[in-house]
Design a protein around this ligand. Structure first.
Ligand code: MG
Length: 401
């Protein structure tokens, strides 16, 4: 019996060239809002948020991947480049790209597994290494889709959704009164769900929740991102005080490694826990689902790529959990990938909407991706359904040909 792989059947295309680009897009107000007391931008362009002790770039950094097939057709990918994006481009350029030249893009899931295997027994289960895989993976799915004449959602088995509800993520204003006014503004535009960030709730998280509920009324879903700040018992006490205000989900209460703590919180509150923006593979998800840590999974496609995102989504379905994907700093390319991969899943009540990033990115991408009146439109056309616009390529560091 003949084995059916690219050595015995005509390949759709073959990978001829792989290029990476670091993108830096200036922004007026830093991510998560204006600088607060004691926060400053260092000479490399980064700031540390005192509220969650995490480092952020003052401009929006990202990594683009361009894969050209022997046919001349191009696939675009993007991965997480929020800090030290040069680490990711070095891994792709020097380590991974030479390994997959000549492979067929329709083998994309096999290629992900092969690349994961290269460093697996050395303990590279996440971080920059798997981010690099994500960028390649998204570019390969895009190239595969363009060669096949199908969207990524179609390639994943079928497009279940053409639109997706969007929840407004973050209210980047300096005072609680201003944040309430911004929330009211989004509700007046048709948005039905809003998440606030505990890291910038100076007046207190319960006070913030109460004020927002008062401002937006009873019919809007309100979520809180707790930014991994709390020990489990503290988190339980806090979330119970938020629940009278009808909390839709509580995100990331305990430190990411604290599986027992997250499970304890999940078992002790009535509100679903939402976790997962820092996870990269289905292996990380499996142990957290079996431990009973959460009711909602938030995969970030900038970390997972499309292959792992789809597997995480399918695993979530087998545990009867919802998926509400995370949307990080990007140029719009991996955002399109996230909408495509989400459109193929069943239980997706919302997709995160980073308004300060997504709206701007529409000028950096060509395609019909949009978010308006509380609803995303999944881009149409082959592959991701979007391409980088010339305006985006102007922000690439160094020459682009
Ligand atoms: Mg978060």
């Amino acid at each position: 019996m003949t084995r059916h792989d690219s050595t015995t059947t005509a390949p759709l295309d073959r990978i001829a060239k792989i290029e990476t680009f670091v993108v830096s897009i200036p922004r007026e107000v830093p991510y998560l809002g204006p600088l607060r007391d004691g926060e400053f931008i260092n000479d490399k362009g980064y700031l540390i948020r005192k509220g969650n002790r995490s480092i952020y770039p003052a401009s929006d950094l990202s990594v683009l991947v361009r894969i050209t097939g022997e046919s001349g057709v191009v696939g675009w990918g993007e991965t997480y480049g929020i800090a030290a994006p040069e680490a990711v481009t070095a891994i792709i350029d020097n380590l991974l790209a030479p390994v997959i030249l000549g492979r067929c893009p329709s083998e994309v899931a096999v290629i992900w597994e092969d690349l994961y295997d290269l460093m697996r027994v050395r303990g590279f289960f996440g971080g920059y290494y798997v981010d690099a895989l994500a960028g390649l993976d998204i570019a390969l799915w895009d190239l595969y889709g363009h060669r096949a004449g199908l969207s990524v959602a179609q390639l994943l088995g079928g497009q279940r959704h053409h639109t997706l509800p969007a929840y407004v993520s973050g209210l980047p204003r300096a005072t609680l009164a201003e944040r309430c006014a911004l929330a009211e503004d989004f509700v007046s535009k048709g948005y039905r769900a809003i998440k606030f960030a505990a890291a910038v709730s100076d007046e207190g998280i319960v006070q913030e929740m109460a004020a927002l509920r008062e401002a937006v009324g009873p019919d809007v879903d309100l979520m809180v991102d707790l930014h991994w700040k709390f020990e489990a018992s503290e988190a339980i006490r806090l979330i119970r005080r938020l629940e009278p205000h009808n909390l839709y989900f509580a995100e990331a209460p305990c430190q990411p490694e604290d599986i027992e703590g997250q499970a304890k919180v999940a078992a002790s509150i009535g509100t679903p826990l939402a976790l997962g923006e820092e996870w990269r593979t289905v292996y990380e998800v499996r142990q957290r689902l079996t431990a009973g840590t959460c009711g909602i999974l938030q995969p970030e496609i900038g970390h997972t790529g499309i292959t792992q995102f789809a597997r995480i989504g399918q695993l979530a379905q087998t545990f009867h959990k919802h998926v509400i994907p995370h949307a990080s700093i990007s140029t719009g390319i991996f955002m399109a990938a996230s909408l495509q991969a989400t459109a193929a899943l069943q239980r997706v009540p919302y997709h995160e909407y980073q308004h300060s990033i997504f709206d701007r990115n529409l000028t950096f991408t060509e395609g019909d991706m949009s978010c308006a009146e509380g609803v995303y439109t999944v881009p149409t056309g082959p592959g991701l359904g979007v391409r980088p616009a010339d305006a985006l390529l102007e922000h690439v560091r160094g020459p682009i040909t």
